[in-house]
Design a binder for this molecule. Structure first.
Ligand code: FAD
Length: 414
């Protein structure tokens, strides 16, 4: 595949851009693959990529019922951070954050990683204590974060109202090398690299059944026919319960709608990401100038990709207290996704009761940041049967009571 470079752009400009290859091949399913991955979101594509890159396994198909990246990967607000409390979480999220640092070079695809810094505001004494505790845990885990004062918050975010009427800003947990990336580009970059390794990415191919013999997976039924495989990875976020049902096991997962919105574009006014857990909202400014706004999940289970209107109202009302200037902005558009949430707010990367079948889900409201780390770890789990990064995230933790409680780190989502 042709390398993307300044030289290639200049050369193509001289011949009306007629020489570019397709970013990924349009593939039709073969009868058999070594590995089939269900779901061409970021996690599925990253799993396929690291199976090829780290383990030389390239007879792989990624099956997608819609279009590539059309699930939560193309719908999220792109916050990347690794300031989690528990050791196993910090390990996988920090691995992921560090892979984001070099992803554009690794994939030869500009994913626009922008380590602009993420702050989580402390607006109650309880949060001050919680975030200080996380900062200490992060220091032990090798994750660089610090607890900063209200004055420093104001210096970093001049548009903030630190003396809010209900919830004044008392400080913040600050991770300077956290930030954002272009979500579509992450999916497209992985897809292009997988296709270049000879893998098949098959869109409009819904998996409708999982086939097995003697307790071991043998393949899948799809809307494009049956496909045999030795190993199967289920990486379908909000649809994980449905796929697990096809494979004959149950998951401790709930699917709920999470939504976000953007304002009309305005001049640059904020160059960091701010999360406000107490009032429950968060804010960043996209490269196009839109203010990107998100809040919490709907309070009930559903498979709609919309989300309810009162939630937008609540999120905006909450953020106006801390950012009064946004009251003068018009909303440009709003969208939603179906997120997969576990009881301890931590993901599941695991073998399953069906031999040869693996599952990667439960990233809930905050899995965009985890895409490269999750793909790296899931590939190792599928290729070798275990990965140090996934050991703590097995399905059996729910039976054995070894929860990885991240309800504080994941409290506001993202
Ligand atoms: C509004 C919103 C804001 C968010 N903000 C952030 C954020 O700021 N930071 C962050 O880290 N995370 C965020 N997230 C969470 C993040 O988007 C997800 O955790 C992550 O994208 C999940 O990726 P995935 O690859 O597992 O799932 P997806 O991208 O959803 O991919 C799963 C794919 O599986 C496909 N599929 C489902 N069933 C089948 C089937 N039967 N056959 C074939 N294919 C199937 C789907 O079509 C889909 O494309 C947000 C999510 C939402 C909705």
């Amino acid at each position: 595949m042709k390398r993307y470079s300044a030289f290639a752009i200049a050369k193509e400009a001289l011949r009306d851009h007629t020489g570019w290859d397709r970013a990924w091949r349009r593939a039709t399913p073969k009868k058999r693959y070594d590995v089939v991955i269900v779901g061409a979101g970021g996690h599925g594509l990253a799993t396929a990529y690291y199976l090829g890159k780290n383990f030389g396994i390239t007879n792989v198909a990624v099956l997608e019922k819609g279009w590539l990246g059309g699930g939560n990967t193309g719908r999220n607000t792109t916050i990347i951070r690794s300031n989690y409390l528990q050791d196993p979480s910090a390990a996988i999220y920090e691995k992921s954050r560090s892979l984001y640092e070099t992803m554009s070079q690794d994939l030869n695809y500009n994913v626009m990683f922008s380590p602009r810094g993420v702050m989580m505001l402390a607006q109650t004494e309880h949060e001050v204590r919680g975030f200080k505790r996380t900062a200490h845990a992060n220091a032990l885990q090798g994750v660089v974060t610090e607890f900063i004062s209200p004055a420093r918050v104001k210096q970093l975010v001049p548009i903030i109202n630190i003396d809010g009427p209900r919830y004044p800003v008392l400080g913040a947990l600050w991770q300077a090398r956290a930030g954002t990336a272009r979500h579509d580009a992450v999916a497209w970059g992985y897809a292009r690299a997988c296709s270049d390794m000879g893998m098949d990415i098959i869109q409009k191919c819904e998996v409708t059944g999982v086939k097995s013999e003697d307790g071991r997976v043998t393949g899948v039924s799809t809307t494009q026919g049956d496909i045999a495989c030795d190993k199967l990875g289920l990486v379908v976020a909000g649809h994980s319960g449905a796929l697990a049902d096809m494979a004959g096991f149950r998951l401790p997962i709930e699917s709920v709608a999470l939504q976000a919105l953007v304002s009309e574009p305005i001049k640059p006014c904020m160059d960091v990401v701010v999360m406000a857990n107490t009032v429950h909202g968060y804010l960043s400014q996209s490269d196009k100038g839109e203010m990107v706004i998100g809040g919490g999940t709907d309070g009930f289970n559903s498979y709609t990709q919309r989300g309810s209107f009162h939630h937008i109202e609540e999120t905006v009302r909450a953020l106006i207290e801390t950012f009064p200037m946004i009251s003068r902005l018009k909303m440009l558009r709003q969208w939603g996704g179906i997120v997969d949430i576990t009881g301890d707010r931590s993901p599941i990367l695991s073998k399953t009761p069906l031999g040869g079948c693996f599952i990667n889900c439960g990233w809930g409201t905050g899995g965009f940041k985890a895409i490269p780390g999750s793909g790296w770890a899931m590939a190792e789990l599928m290729a070798r049967g275990r990965s140090p990064l996934t050991d703590a995230f097995g399905l059996n933790r729910f039976r054995e009571g070894r929860f990885i409680d991240e309800s504080v780190a994941a409290g506001v989502a993202h």
